[in-house]
Design a protein around this ligand. Structure first.
Ligand code: PLP
Length: 390
């Protein structure tokens, strides 16, 4: 007999990620749990892949049986959206709950970016995350909390980062009583070194890009028995955006009654856009995902041109890519400050500049578009101020 149980009351052995990812894809495509998991004494004995797929999709419930049975239970019925809806009175027992439970981040309509009433532009404000005041809190938290077993005999966490991930890791390490060493390129902003030191982290500044530091970090970590989250290829960097960032946008646009045509996102590790692509290209293909990169030879903090070969092992990529300059990014974020009273960070400016380009090319349809704003402009005050000599 099929019963609906809380997923956290069920236990299952770990499974290889590839099998789980394939099952997640299947479930997102159908929108249903189509077979009950088979349990004995609340332990999964068959259909482990369904258990893990729903676990990483973040449903509250799961359909179980003591024998193999077909079912048709919608994700909605299984409490798929519960964890991203209504944080209620917002009283939390500790600071980690601010990232675990204080969801979703706000989605706000912006005025004055393009002059067309038929197109709604909505900014998802990721500086509302608690530690680094950026989207990278999600990545740092999810990688670390899904690797607590690997971390248990280690005292240190080492990571290469342009700034935000390092700050998020340093904050979360403090909560866990671990020590962090952050490897940042010389080009990273100075406030980041200061903030990291305040958090008690060691800081190594070297080279021009984070890419140059990835191998070095691995070598040091091996010598000193440190854990490396490795945001650049850790699958939990994609899964956190699939489970939360994408699901939040889906929930907010469905219940906010928007006509979501597309999402614009910048690309650094590619983690957040890959999560969005995986989610929407399987669950709702009408939603297009657009990537933003710096123009040839240009630099924009936190983002870079991607190599889509074997990219995140999802066999997929953005529907279109727009290249923008630093000047265009700063221009639009100053417009945003002067028309909406908020100052996105520079990569957020790049996303808005990319949307403007898409509009000017005639690529946008009537309806709504979401722009992911990774962090806040206060972090880049001098760069923004000096660029425009205000
Ligand atoms: N914008 C900023 C300010 C960032 O710090 C980052 C990543 O570090 C990104 C954009 C890109 O995000 P992702 O690594 O998910 O591609």
């Amino acid at each position: 007999m099929v019963k609906i149980k809380e997923i956290d009351s069920i236990k299952s052995d770990k499974l290889d990620m590839k099998t789980i990812i394939n099952k997640i894809k299947e479930i997102l495509n159908s929108g249903y749990q189509e077979e009950a998991i088979v349990v004995k004494d609340n332990n999964v004995i068959k259909k482990h892949e369904i258990y893990w797929a729903l676990k990483y999709l973040g449903t509250k419930f799961i359909a179980v049986s003591n024998e193999e049975e077909n079912v048709k239970v919608s994700l909605d019925f299984l409490g798929f959206y519960d964890e991203v809806s209504d944080p209620g009175i917002r009283v939390y027992n500790n600071t980690i709950e601010l990232i675990e439970r204080d969801r979703p981040t706000p989605l706000v309509k912006l005025n004055g970016i393009i002059n067309d009433k038929k197109i709604g532009i909505w900014a998802k404000l990721e500086w509302y995350n608690p530690f680094s005041l950026s989207i990278k809190d999600r990545t740092a938290w999810y990688i670390i909390y899904n690797n607590l077993d690997k971390l248990s005999d280690k005292e240190k966490i080492f990571e290469a980062t342009s700034a935000n991930t390092g700050i998020a890791i340093a904050a979360i390490s403090s909560i866990l009583g671990k020590k962090t060493r952050v490897f940042m390129p010389e080009t990273s902003p100075d406030y980041a070194s200061k903030l990291l030191k305040i958090y008690g982290s060691d800081v190594v500044r070297e080279g021009n890009t984070t890419n140059e530091l990835i191998e070095k970090v691995k070598i040091y970590a091996e010598k000193e028995n440190a854990f490396v989250p490795n945001q650049f290829s850790n699958i939990f960097n994609l899964l956190v955006h699939l489970r939360y960032t994408a699901k939040e946008i889906d929930y907010q646009t469905i219940y906010g009654k928007l006509k979501l045509n597309g999402i614009f996102a910048s690309m650094g590790t590619g983690g957040h856009i890959a999560g969005l692509i995986f989610y929407f290209h399987n669950k709702n293909k009408a939603v297009k995902i657009f990537g933003i990169q710096p123009e040839e030879n240009g630099t924009i903090p936190g983002i870079k041109k991607q190599d889509f070969k074997n990219w995140w092992n999802i066999n997929d990529s953005p529907d279109d890519i727009y290249s923008v300059s630093l000047e265009e990014s700063i221009d639009v974020l100053i417009t945003t400050a002067r028309t909406n009273g908020i100052l996105p960070g520079i990569s957020g400016g790049a996303v808005l500049a990319g949307l403007k380009k898409a509009y000017n090319n005639g690529d946008l349809d009537e309806g709504d578009y979401v722009c992911i704003i990774p962090d806040n402009g206060i972090k880049y005050l001098d760069e923004i101020y000096n660029e425009r000599v205000l």
